[in-house]
Design a protein around this ligand. Structure first.
Ligand SMILES: Nc1ncnc2c1ncn2[C@@H]1O[C@H](COP(=O)(O)OP(=O)(O)OP(=O)(O)O)[C@@H](O)[C@H]1O
Ligand SMILES: [Mg+2]
Length: 312
């Protein structure tokens, strides 16, 4: 089964595409068959970041049914094991897919035969963007150290968490539970989804267990990009702690990525950063992040296996 990771951020320009593209290259270099999908349909640019200036196929071929399967629209990158489904479009309206088109796309993404599938998302908390987290095993949230970016990432993480809850607890039950939560603790549904989960477990233990399993299966991860010398290197870990405290979810820190002017240079030259500047601190940070994320996959698999045995 594939590991699907959604790479999102509340704010444009935090470095989601830069991170996704370079992480894809690093995973592929480690021997994992990896697919990058540019899901930022209105403003696709992932192809440039990994050094494919003009991808000859794109996701629009699948959406417009020119390609029989989604798999057919993947193009190989110059790194062995790495493939890209480009989001580059001719059709201007494609950013707003109809519901059926979106569902068909998501179903097909979930079936693709790769070890890692990285979804590079558009900025923000729109319904459309959050949908992608629902088919993912992990969300990697990319923020810069700027307070505006941090505020937006918090909002995005909260929206994803609530959507996960809504996936299990359907509208009618959700309304009843929300009312009940309001009676017990006025902030339960607004800012403390963990309190909400506890309450679901009390009121409907079966649904509560399903919800808890669903939430535990999804991993929340944070990376702090564009860290400059004057920034506090502990900021990322602090954000994780604050989010854990406020939302009651497990948030793991994947690492800092240093700011480097060579990134601008690599984007302008349409070449991948980790290939061009492998000895910079930023490339080192990206490799370290990749290592941490892979270690987490192993740890998570062990925890899930133990959990399954306990449940059996
Ligand atoms: N670590 C970094 N050091 C220096 N510049 C960076 C770094 N990461 C990203 N950038 C620069 O920031 C800009 C935005 O990066 P990127 O396109 O990856 O952001 P994004 O979050 O995907 O934006 P959007 O929401 O518009 O898709 C780019 O010009 C890139 O060169
Ligand atoms: Mg982007």
């Amino acid at each position: 089964m594939s590991n699907i990771w959604s790479i999102g951020g509340g704010k444009g320009g935090s470095g989601k595409s830069f991170f996704a593209g370079n992480l894809g290259i690093l995973l592929a270099r480690k021997g994992y068959r990896t697919l990058l999908i540019d899901a930022d349909l209105g403003a696709a640019n992932l192809h440039t970041i990994i050094g494919i200036p003009h991808p000859e196929k794109s996701i629009s071929d699948f959406i417009n049914k020119k390609a029989g399967t989604l798999e057919e629209t993947a193009v190989p990158a110059s790194t062995p094991n790495l493939f890209l489904i480009s989001g580059a479009m001719n059709n201007l309206d494609i950013a707003n897919l109809a519901y059926e088109q979106k569902m068909r796309l998501m179903r097909n993404i979930a079936r693709l035969p790769y070890e890692y599938i990285l979804l590079d998302l558009g900025a923000g908390t729109s319904f459309n963007t959050i949908d992608y987290f629902m088919i993912s095993h992990a969300g990697i949230f990319v923020t810069t150290p700027e307070p505006t970016s941090i505020e937006n990432i918090y909002r995005l993480i909260r929206s994803v968490y609530f959507r996960k809850i809504r996936q299990v607890v359907k509208t009618h039950d959700f309304r009843i539970l929300t009312e009940e939560a309001g009676k017990r603790n006025s902030s339960a549904t607004v800012s403390h989804p963990d309190v909400f989960l506890q309450m679901v477990k009390e009121l409907d233990p079966e649904k509560g267990d399903t919800l808890e399993r669903e939430l535990q299966a999804f991993q929340f991860k944070l990376t702090l990009n564009q860290l400059r010398k004057q920034d506090n290197p502990k900021t990322g870990e602090l954000i994780c702690k604050i989010i854990e405290r406020h939302l009651g979810l497990k948030m793991s820190f994947a690492g800092n990525i240093s700011f480097d002017d060579h990134v601008h240079d690599s984007v302008c030259r349409k070449v991948s950063f980790v290939d061009c500047y492998p000895y910079t601190q930023t490339a080192l940070d990206l490799r370290e992040c990749c290592r941490t994320l892979l270690e987490d996959v192993e740890k998570h698999a062990i925890v899930q296996a133990v959990q399954k045995r306990v449940d059996a």
